[in-house]
Design a protein around this ligand. Structure first.
Ligand SMILES: Cc1cc2nc3c(=O)[nH]c(=O)nc-3n(C[C@H](O)[C@H](O)[C@H](O)COP(=O)(O)O)c2cc1C
Length: 188
């Protein structure tokens, strides 16, 4: 369309074993073919020594919305190791934060994740004690440091229990979330 540019959305997939995935595979299928979408499967681009930092940073620069999609591996209070490695290596001082580090400023950040535990387990009286919002504080802090605009996360609870109809509804929500990622306002 004249006068408009295609909004570009980058999905960073931090799933160590997609061949065993149920939920994340479903989410992937739900957005296939969306215009302006790039999916980067970290397991397939990681080299022996980790990531090609310049290449990863260039790809980030070229997109408007960044989606972190991963299964919830929170027993050890962090994201899956491969995604943490990518964050550690790629979101560097002078690029993502610190002096001159404004490459991600104003970009939209979307989190899409799946948990093994049911929704009821995430709260003060549940097995996991804390809410998802509380456990996601490190991601919120990361978005803040980088000046990114964090969206409400999409969480699929009970990955092995969720039925096909619920899964389809989550897939539709995920597609809407990505399809409606219009140019985020530049963060102050
Ligand atoms: C190492 C590991 C740690 C996990 N930790 C948690 C956890 O802390 N809480 C939880 O609800 N599920 C946990 N799970 C379950 C995963 O979140 C679940 O298997 C995943 O979301 C399923 O998504 P998929 O079908 O796309 O693979 C863990 C799974 C693994 C392998």
């Amino acid at each position: 369309m004249e006068g408009t540019t295609q909004h570009r959305t980058l999905v960073i997939l931090g799933h160590p074993s997609t061949q065993d995935s149920r939920v994340n595979r479903h989410l992937a299928d739900a957005v296939r073919g969306l215009p302006g979408l790039t999916v980067r499967d970290l397991a397939s681009v990681r080299g022996a020594a980790g990531f090609d930092v310049e290449a990863e940073q260039e790809i980030l620069r070229a997109h408007d919305t960044v989606v972190l999609r991963f299964p919830w591996y929170w027993y050890w209070y962090s994201i899956p190791g491969i995604l943490k490695e990518w964050v550690d290596q790629v979101l560097t001082y002078g690029f993502a934060y610190g002096t001159g580090g404004d490459a991600l400023r104003g970009k939209r950040l979307v989190v899409a994740t799946s948990t093994g535990g049911p929704e009821s387990s995430y709260g003060p009286s549940g097995h996991n004690r804390f809410t998802m919002a509380e456990l996601m504080r490190p991601i919120e802090a990361t978005a803040h440091l980088c000046g990114m605009v964090l969206e409400e996360p999409l969480v699929v609870h009970g990955a092995r229990m969720v039925d096909e109809a619920e899964l389809a509804a989550h897939g539709a929500s995920y597609r809407n979330l990505l399809a409606n990622s219009k140019g985020a306002a530049r963060a102050a």
